[in-house]
Design a protein around this ligand. Structure first.
Ligand code: ADP
Ligand code: MG
Length: 396
């Protein structure tokens, strides 16, 4: 990374203001998935090791629309972080101002404080200079470890960096290392796997991959729009009519690189207990009343074969509706192949929130090279876009 990190600065006796991504799912005040909190722990630990005056953590949570919404308080995150970190974590019920300042003053040396949800203030999303300045008053040095929020130019990600030294955390560094550097200069062959619900989310990524990757395997709901572009009937399958022309263009551009499914698992309802069977896509398409919910065995074998020998693999988007057990096979098979390739020395990078959950569910997240913590941010990096939250940090 060509930006400074916490390793390049002296944190001793400093009030270190850290933007983390604690935008975690809550169910009635309980954190139901602590992966993002876990991902921030190495950075917080590393900062504490440098004997700072205090570590002040800030994050957004959900979409409170610039208002104080008790159900979107970050308070339930503090005890979860405390357990993971093994250090006391204090919480203050405001994000800026006197109450926050007082809470920092009252912290013991090296204490950790979590501020309230940054999005309780409308200035956060507007990247408002006054709000940024008020946040900046709370620290002496700014650390951005919120990779998953860094595609947004918000006050706690971008504006605050105007006021003091601004460096990246260890998670930020790792994400950039794998999603940017590794994919910009990939070991070859470089095979990308794309899936998920919609093609429209990922057109930019496909265009970039047509330039950088050797092969692009397409599965998931996205493949349906490519079928429609070839006038293959897809019946009740998820299709984006608006993107059919784009799919046609992409197919013309990428004839020798795009690999589409040859068979599909179809169902007569969007339910786990629906009737299902496998069809050959080229054999008349999907019958009326049915929909594609997964790739079939022949496609699993085809993708597996195309992946053999890959030195770099980027995967974004599940191959089917993996949330329903009967339609998870394609996604888990690809996850398994990815894990085997990584174990054999390939660089395997997984981006996208749902793909990351699928890999975790398959118990394989430790077996691949990197599972990104950022959905939107990882897509934008894969598209080759600059992340505002990264651009705002000090150059090395
Ligand atoms: P990611 O978060 O990994 O980027 P997306 O958000 O683009 O992935 O897509 C994930 C969603 O795509 C999942 O909820 C999955 O159920 C859905 N999906 C995958 N295949 C299909 C399909 N054939 N039909 C409908 N939805 C699908
Ligand atoms: Mg998603």
């Amino acid at each position: 990374m060509d930006k400074k990190t916490i390793r390049d600065v002296d944190l001793t006796d400093q009030r270190v203001l850290v933007r983390v991504d604690f935008n975690v799912p809550l169910d009635d005040g309980t954190v139901t998935d602590d992966n993002r909190i876990r991902a921030a722990v190495p950075t917080i630990r590393a900062i504490l090791d440098e004997k700072p005056r205090a570590v002040i953590l800030m994050s957004h949570l959900g979409r409170p629309k610039g208002e104080r919404k008790p159900e979107l308080s970050l308070k339930p995150v503090a005890p979860v972080l405390q357990d993971l970190l093994g250090e006391e974590v204090h919480f203050v019920e405001d994000t800026i101002g006197d109450q926050a300042k007082q809470a920092i003053e009252e912290l013991p040396r090296g204490g950790v404080l979590l501020l309230e949800n940054t999005r309780f203030y409308p200035g956060e999303k507007k990247n408002d200079p006054d709000f940024s300045a008020q946040l900046a008053e709370l620290g002496d040095i700014f650390v951005n470890d919120a990779f998953g929020s860094s595609h947004r130019a918000h006050a706690s990600v971008v504006g605050v960096a105007d006021h003091m030294a601004a460096v990246g955390g260890l998670l930020m560094e790792k994400e950039i290392e794998f999603l940017n550097n590794a994919l910009a200069d990939p070991g070859r062959p470089y095979v990308a796997i794309l899936g998920g619900a919609k093609i429209s989310d990922k057109i930019g990524v496909i265009e970039r991959l047509l330039e950088t990757a050797d092969l692009i395997l397409i599965g998931g709901g996205m493949a349906n729009t490519f079928f429609a572009a070839q006038d293959i009937p897809v019946a009740e399958s998820l299709v984006e009519e608006d993107a059919v022309d784009t799919a046609k263009q992409l197919m013309e551009q990428g004839l020798d690189k795009l690999v589409l499914p040859t068979d599909a698992v179809i169902a007569d309802a969007f339910e786990a207990d629906a009737n299902s069977r496998t069809i050959d896509v080229m054999d008349g398409g999907v019958p009326d009343g049915w929909r594609i919910l997964d790739i079939g065995e022949a496609t699993i074998a085809l993708f597996n074969e195309k992946l053999q020998g890959a030195q770099t693999v980027a995967w974004n988007g599940p191959m089917g509706v993996f949330e329903l057990e009967p339609f998870a096979k394609g996604t888990f098979a690809v996850a398994q192949t990815c894990a085997e390739l990584a174990q054999a020395g390939a660089t395997v990078v997984i981006g996208g929130g749902d793909s990351a959950s699928a890999v975790r569910e398959a118990g394989l997240s430790d077996k691949v090279t990197h599972v990104s913590t950022g959905g939107g941010a990882s897509l934008e990096l894969m598209e080759g876009k600059e992340l505002p939250g990264l651009a705002a940090l000090n150059d090395k």
